[in-house]
Design a protein around this ligand. Sequence first.
Ligand code: PGA
Length: 249
Amino acid sequence: MAQKLAAGNWKMNGTEASLAEIDAMIAAFPAPGCKVLICPPATLLERLSRRAGNGPIATGSQDCHMKASGAHTGDISAEMIKDAGGSYAIVGHSERRTDHGETDAIVCAKAEAALAGGLIAVVCIGETEAQRDAGETLDLIGTQLAGSIPEGVTGDTLVVAYEPVWAIGTGRIPTIEQITEVHDFIRTRLIERFGAEVGAAVSLLYGGSVKPSNATEIFAVENVDGALVGGASLKASDFGAIIDALQKA
Ligand code: PGA
């Protein structure tokens, strides 16, 4: 059985003042019925990790360089993420694929580096609106899965986030049938490649405009084990409502 996971991606948002949100979340969910993860900007990772302590909220980064160290200005490595208290690394988010030209091969190398550094990799995949309109969604998802996930993963080291690019930050979400179709497809592909046990144990997150108002119906989908939440993870009240929907699902 895959673990339920509510993951927040703060993107390029947050300063010292935002740490109050984490305090509110910890106060509201001293023992949540699902795993909770916050990936703040790198500048806040250590502060947020200290705040979260050994409590129920895990922390992670929004990216992870493929190399362990070296001359890579502005980047952070798995070792640094761990050192700052993080235990997860998001890799292959569509904003990184678009803004930084990250290919499946690069994402795969980053996921590999995250795993080698003892982190859990949250590998993001998802189609653009043009690809969906052209009927290419499942082909593309298959290609991204095959190309972005390294060998040797397990349910304890890999999370997959399906995030349709056109649903991110737009307030639009796919239909429940569309989410079901893609998540079933991902589960099948993982089972084919990694075997029934590992394939069933990998948490599959849906991401893209998840809000308190749509979380319950999304979490009712069989192969949706949680969400990767952008905008709505910035406020403890909104993210709290999403955590609550997941623990009840
Ligand atoms: P959103 O972002 O919830 O603001 O749509 C999701 C994401 O990009 O992970």
